[in-house]
Write a protein that binds this ligand. Structure first.
Ligand SMILES: CC(C)(COP(=O)(O)OP(=O)(O)OC[C@H]1O[C@@H](n2cnc3c(N)ncnc32)[C@H](O)[C@@H]1OP(=O)(O)O)[C@@H](O)C(=O)NCCC(=O)NCCS
Length: 226
């Protein structure tokens, strides 16, 4: 999240467009993001109508403290959402709304941007409304997102940065299997202060090996029958 490329000040006056609300499964994510369904969450494309809830969730002090400053108005979020759709069409970036199954309200976002042409390497970031912290929504959403990033987009190395002071951000990344690779000293300007960040990465091969190991461990449906 920390180095995501959206800049509110460059977006003023941009037309906001609304996408249809139909769920579409697409093989080309650049045309339309897939709808990804877990046990309790659904990740889907953002819509202009998500602006009020994202404004309420993501501008709270505890959420915004360690991330690039979010837009400061509902209209600013509408511009951000329109920008995400343009970047997705260009194939350089994707942003999903996190929703709970049965409720269409956006309670957070997961975004990923290419860091080299062709999306071989990428960086991701995420933020959830604080009412949903510690509920399992992060882990479930992150697992869906990793499948999208590695299986659909074809990324082979996914980076993330978390301010050293961001306890939950670091805990969340470690939990999902990200590996700490170093400290980026004084790399993130927030509220007039340069903060140190931890650089994390998940490499495709490691992610696949961990997924295969989890699958192997799962009991078969007949394991209890003698
Ligand atoms: C980052 C975020 C999406 C994670 O979601 P979450 O629901 O808080 O994450 P979880 O509770 O599933 O996981 C966080 C882990 O960090 C641990 N943790 C909490 N505070 C911690 C601290 N100070 N130091 C270390 N670990 C900490 C938690 O115990 C938890 O691990 P556990 O489930 O094994 O107990 C959410 O906290 C958020 O939106 N934060 C604000 C935005 C942000 O900072 N995003 C950038 C992240 S790089």
């Amino acid at each position: 999240m920390e180095k995501m490329p959206y800049r509110q000040e460059l977006e003023l006056g941009t037309q906001v467009f609304q996408v249809s609300t139909d769920d579409v499964i697409t093989t080309d994510w650049r045309g339309r993001l897939p709808v990804m369904t877990g046990k309790t969450v659904v990740l889907r494309e953002l819509r202009a109508s998500d602006a009020p809830s994202l404004f309420a969730m993501l501008t709270a002090e505890e959420v915004a403290r360690f991330i690039s400053p979010p837009p400061t108005t509902v209209e600013g979020f509408e511009h951000f959402i329109a920008w995400t759709l343009r970047q997705r069409t260009a194939g350089t970036y994707a942003c999903f709304a996190v929703t709970l199954k049965g409720f269409d309200t956006a309670i957070g976002i997961f975004q990923v941007r290419q860091t080299e042409c062709g999306f071989g390497t990428a960086e991701w970031g995420f933020a959830l409304g604080s009412a949903f912290w510690g509920t399992g929504v992060f882990l479930e959403s992150a697992e869906l997102m990793l499948e999208f990033v590695f299986d659909t987009v074809g990324v082979h190395r996914l980076e993330a940065r978390a301010a050293v002071l961001n306890g939950r951000g670091n805990g969340a990344l470690l939990k999902i299997g990200a590996v700490q690779e170093g400290i980026l000293r004084k790399s993130f300007l927030r509220n007039g202060r340069y903060l140190d960040q931890v650089l994390y990465a998940i490499v495709e091969d490691d992610w696949r090996a961990a997924r295969d190991a989890r699958e192997t461990k799962k009991p078969t449906p007949y394991a209890h029958v003698h």
